[in-house]
Design a protein around this ligand. Structure first.
Ligand code: ATP
Ligand code: LTN
Length: 331
């Protein structure tokens, strides 16, 4: 863990709501294969979760739950660091320093804020507005070069790049400039009930998404009921056939098959047969995933998060101290 000549990777998921197949395919499933080649740090971003109202008990449980998802997805704590954001105070502190580099105009461009705040821009928390600056602090603290995320987070990573460049320009070389890494296919898994909108856990009916902890046979039913067009040819065409294209993407990533080979396999066959096969595959996949998820005890997870926070704290403190010194916050 933490070899000097390897590049660094950082990513995170908020402990809010149910983790769904979109999160898994767009983000988590990208992470495990990167562990050999890179120094990987995966964070449970609880300070991001509290930008909207959370029940304290539930939040506490979800911090542990997200960590179990990381492990079930193949993150190996012997190879990678898994820690809780709020356990390392440097995140909040660097976010403040970067707040003084970020401009109102930068944040006004953020589409996620506009979508999430909607008509309530005056009443949502200041934290929700400032969310991308905290995310930039997360990334920049660890000399991160690569940030594996889903497509909806690319704009935030771009902001982190911009803030790093601006800071370096004003105060001298301090931060590495990071870049987002998204899947070619699967960076934006669409809702099962409405394939023109992304699969998401907020503001959606449960028929929109498959939660990773859904009862596997219920999840299979959701695949069978997924919205598709009436043409009945199994062909990838995002524009005209978003429903079947989404299902092809899910099939392709989960089972490591090329889209054109899946198309060939189902040439001349109807949607029913394809959906039935995918439903069985998803069901079996979830059974195995949930077996792994349930094999960890809460005490193991708490121990892991505490010990890994100790490991990353010095890295974060070093970057923070350097940034403060450059700004002139020193004696
Ligand atoms: P919400 O629906 O509340 O906005 P979310 O599902 O986007 O939440 P996050 O914790 O914000 O969940 O995202 C975790 C990771 O999952 C991020 O890297 C994000 O880009 C990715 N992700 C989220 N939704 C999808 C999706 N539909 N397809 C692919 N990746 C996704
Ligand atoms: N905003 C991200 C979660 C997140 C993150 C990060 C991702 C917070 N800090 C740093 C990558 C790197 C989201 O998925 N909603």
């Amino acid at each position: 863990m933490g070899t000097a000549n390897k590049k660094s990777i950082f990513s995170g998921v908020k402990p809010s709501g149910d983790l769904h197949l979109g999160n898994y395919l767009g983000a988590l499933s990208q992470w495990a294969p990167l562990q050999e080649e890179y120094n990987c740090i995966f964070c449970v971003v609880d300070l991001h979760a509290i930008t909207v109202k959370q029940d304290p008990e539930l939040l506490n449980q979800r911090i542990i739950e997200i960590t179990k998802h990381y492990l079930a997805s193949g993150i190996d704590p012997a190879k990678s660091i898994i820690f809780q954001q709020s356990a390392v105070t440097a995140h909040a502190e660097l976010a403040w320093l970067l707040n003084c580099t970020a401009r109102i105009a930068d944040l006004n461009k953020m589409t996620q804020f506009k979508e999430k705040a909607g008509k309530n821009q005056e009443t949502v928390s200041v934290g929700l507005y400032d969310y991308p600056v905290l995310m930039a602090a997360d990334i920049l603290l660890y000399n991160t070069e690569i940030v594996p995320v889903g497509e909806d987070q690319v704009q935030h990573v771009e902001l982190a790049r911009e803030l790093a460049k601006r800071f370096n320009h004003q105060f001298g070389e301090t931060f590495i400039i990071p870049a987002a890494k998204v899947r070619k296919e699967g960076a934006r898994i669409m809702g099962l009930d409405n394939p023109t909108k992304k699969m998401g856990k907020s503001d959606t009916a449960s028929s929109n998404y498959i939660a990773m902890l859904d009862n596997p046979s219920m999840a299979a039913k959701k695949i069978m009921r997924a919205a598709t067009d009436s043409e009945a040819t199994i062909k990838y065409d995002k524009e005209n056939k978003p429903g079947i294209s989404n299902l092809l993407t899910i099939y392709s990533i989960l089972f490591n098959a090329k889209i054109d080979s899946i198309e060939k396999k189902y040439a001349g066959k109807g949607y029913g047969e394809f959906k039935k096969d995918l439903a069985v595959l998803v069901e079996n996949f979830l059974v195995d995933y949930q077996k792994r998820f349930n094999s960890y005890s809460n005490d193991d997870i708490i121990g892991l998060l505490k010990s890994h926070a100790e490991k990353v704290r010095p890295i974060a403190e070093k970057t923070l101290t350097e940034a403060k010194q450059k700004i002139g916050l020193r004696l």
